[in-house]
Design a protein around this ligand. Sequence first.
Ligand SMILES: *[C@@H]1O[C@H](CO)[C@@H](O)[C@H](O)[C@H]1NC(C)=O
Ligand SMILES: *[C@@H]1O[C@H](CO)[C@@H](O)[C@H](O)[C@H]1NC(C)=O
Ligand SMILES: *[C@@H]1O[C@H](CO)[C@@H](O)[C@H](O)[C@H]1NC(C)=O
Ligand SMILES: *[C@@H]1O[C@H](CO)[C@@H](O)[C@H](O)[C@H]1NC(C)=O
Ligand SMILES: *[C@@H]1O[C@H](CO)[C@@H](O)[C@H](O)[C@H]1NC(C)=O
Ligand SMILES: *[C@@H]1O[C@H](CO)[C@@H](O)[C@H](O)[C@H]1NC(C)=O
Ligand SMILES: *[C@@H]1O[C@H](CO)[C@@H](O)[C@H](O)[C@H]1NC(C)=O
Length: 635
Amino acid sequence: MAVLGLPGPPFFFCIFFLFITVPTITKSAMNDAEALLKIKQSLHDSQFLDSWKNGTQPCDEVIRWVGVVCGKGIVTTLRLRSMNLSGDIDMSALSQLQGLRVLNLVNNSFSGPIPEFNKLGALKAIYVSMNNFSGEIPSGFFTKMVSLKKIWFDKNNFTGPIPSSLAQLPRLLELHLNSNNFTGLIPSIGQQSLESLNLSSNNLYGDIPSSLSRFDVSCFEGNPGLCGQKFGKLCASVVPTPPPPSEPPQKSLKIAYALMGLSGFILASMLVGIYLLVQKRKREERDQMCTEKRNFDGNIGLCISSIGRKEEDGSGSGTGKCMGGRRSPRKTKGFGDLMMLNNTGKPVFGLSDLMKAGAEVLGNGSLGSSYKAKLSNGLILVVKRLKEMNKMDSDDFKTEMTRLGGLKHPNILAPLACHYQKDEKLLIYEYIPKGSLLYLLHGDRGESHANLNWPTRLKIIQGIVLGMSYIHTELATLALPHGNLKSSNVLIGPDNEPLVVDYGLISIIERNHAASVLMGYQAPEAVESRSISPKCDVYSLGVIVLEILTGKFPSQYHKNNKGGTDVVRWVKSAIEEKREVELLDPGISEHRSCIGEMQKLLHIGADCTESNPEKRVDIREAIRRIDEIRIDGST
Ligand SMILES: *[C@@H]1O[C@H](CO)[C@@H](O)[C@H](O)[C@H]1NC(C)=O
Ligand SMILES: *[C@@H]1O[C@H](CO)[C@@H](O)[C@H](O)[C@H]1NC(C)=O
Ligand SMILES: *[C@@H]1O[C@H](CO)[C@@H](O)[C@H](O)[C@H]1NC(C)=O
Ligand SMILES: *[C@@H]1O[C@H](CO)[C@@H](O)[C@H](O)[C@H]1NC(C)=O
Ligand SMILES: *[C@@H]1O[C@H](CO)[C@@H](O)[C@H](O)[C@H]1NC(C)=O
Ligand SMILES: *[C@@H]1O[C@H](CO)[C@@H](O)[C@H](O)[C@H]1NC(C)=O
Ligand SMILES: *[C@@H]1O[C@H](CO)[C@@H](O)[C@H](O)[C@H]1NC(C)=O
């Protein structure tokens, strides 16, 4: 009994001793330079690693070794992408790199069974995509790698089941196992932290675990054996229930377009019942990613880092969890609390109110994600978190936002407040329950669409024009006064009056990014030569006019024009063939007596989308002509 009993104090002492001393001993046994040189020796064709030389230091300030990223003088990242490397990587040397957190071996020629990467217990990210690793990964492989956030094992030759230990990784964010030959059932991975997943092109079978149901079906494609609701295919082992009626493809396509087009200013009401949102994010290490569905009725505490606030207030972020948010360092310079931008008589609120508010994710658009926040006093706000901003300092940001927030017009929605710190920029708007024009036109074909009769559509177009006219006057100094006009940025007020949002942001968006996210850059001259002028806004206006008249989702809303109808070309050829009437949305063409006015408007839309900016009408002319259209064609 005594022998088998609990270990006494000396045993505890031993464990303690080992924990403390082992790393110190091994560290002194081999420094980073020696470890890397041993690793180099274990690799074939290491000509790319010529800078790894005995006698120099990997973290040297002047001649740093290739592929090595250092922090505080030790190696933290090995980025050995596309270096034609192969061979049996020396794992015991690799595990001597005490500071290593990121290992990138993408697109090399490594082959054979997976090396013992699990010796690297502190690793946060491992990328081995596009190699020729093969064989099974033991089910417990990841057990000790509790810090892992990103695992990219795609495009190799792995076989056997997906290791179940993946399900226990508490911080897993990205898991890409696509294009291997994994077989068997999908283990119940799907921890809340998981944001990006791709299991496609393997040999998996069976149902998808419910923990993964929030991910889009495209994350699982290319596995002929998978079944269940997502695939409209019954799983043999399940008690047969009738499969859910599949939506007509036309409709689901529309919803997908609608959602993809949302530029971040999405209102919750329009998302009830739709729980899929497509977000594409570019990251250096990713060449592809899968999309994630989120439930929009889930309450999530808004996570705003509490710069300039007292420590105890930080706990006010409450019960929820952070959505896509990284807490920013506290020491960055900013203007702390919120800055109110206009004086509308609305109750004043502060950052602390926002942080205590129940928040709901509205969507992730090209400019950033949006949340709906309900304050304890009942006020409902939309918080838009901007990403890809340029390096503007807080004073310039303040000046710019004050200018945008100071605009007042019945057809625009100005931001109410903003918040600035180095890594976090927020714009706060009033919440408009009815949602955007995009949603009303394409989101669902139910009641809301039926309400969009001819008088309503004309009212919306004329309101947009008035708002645009005002913006072009007030922001005349900007190369692109609005810059991002599209139906997702036109909100619809209670009396169907349009409210144009998201204007004037060109001055704060990172320049290279602007071309890929702003609608204004879809004008032909901008696509061809990046030539930007207020006429790009006229083009966007033309597209929206055509969208409203035809009821079609414009392909112009996507880069590469993928998906949707090329309304510009369609209308142009219809006008040449004198069959414009056929293009009108059936929802309005029933107003027979007004067809003439609709045709006139269609021609204005075509003139606004003229590809040559010289020949394109200017904004004043477009406004004048649209203003002349009458609901009933009288005068
Ligand atoms: C580096 O050079 C020293 C002598 O200059 C030698 O003792 C050591 O073995 C060399 N290390 C490697 C990894 O070649
Ligand atoms: C992979 O590496 C090769 C060189 O080894 C390079 O030519 C190729 O462009 C790389 N492919 C990708 C997708 O990075
Ligand atoms: C890649 O490495 C192999 C040997 O591992 C070598 O035969 C081949 O020439 C190398 N290719 C290039 C493009 O350097
Ligand atoms: C996977 O392995 C098979 C045979 O083991 C081989 O023929 C194939 O080329 C490998 N695939 C890749 C992408 O290397
Ligand atoms: C991948 O590895 C397998 C054996 O592990 C080998 O048969 C195959 O030729 C390799 N494929 C490539 C493209 O290197
Ligand atoms: C995947 O593995 C199965 C058996 O495990 C094998 O029959 C199949 O040929 C493999 N597919 C590929 C593409 O290697
Ligand atoms: C997932 O992986 C497949 C196969 O490699 C690829 O074709 C697809 O584009 C990826 N899906 C996404 C959404 O990234």
